[in-house]
Design a protein around this ligand. Sequence first.
Ligand code: SF4
Length: 187
Amino acid sequence: MLLHSYRITRILPCLADPEKIRVIAEVSGEIYEAFPYLNAILKGCIYNHPALTLTIKKDGKLFTLHAHHITLAKIEDEKEAEEILGWLKNLINETHEKRDLIEPNFSMTAELKPLDIYKLLPGTSCKKCGELTCLAFAVKLVGQEIGIVKCSPLFTGEYKEKQKVLIELLQAGGYAITTPLSHPEKI
Ligand code: SF4
């Protein structure tokens, strides 16, 4: 069994939906071996092989698997988080057990949507990035026409949590990230 147990270590407000929560759970051992096989059998995943992250979209929720932890976003409550973690545990273990029968997929199979990015921006449409709105910025960011560094408000303390999640999502999507040297956020 690849994943023996997990433990919820942090419960935070959801950045995309203030009425929901974001949950971080540590997992026993390393689970990244299952990622290319999960990427092969699940639709709509974003797999970043170099960074060893796999983002799964399900029922409007986002689950990001890392080597040693799992992040769940847009979750109703702790009970739902436990149910999803149980489902993920079974999925990871069953997929890993059947890995000899599955052709691993090491490619990125889904693209980020501008709306996913927009929800993690400050949302003030302050125009400091040179765009008229945050949504316009999100569209350009997805198209790699502009760098995240251009949104200077995102690198202030006020949006630190959104910044961390957005950078994590961009990295999972294989985007090159440059953060302002004056605000060297640990990511
Ligand atoms: S600088 Fe950031 S907050 Fe301001 S409009 Fe651009 S994306 Fe939105």
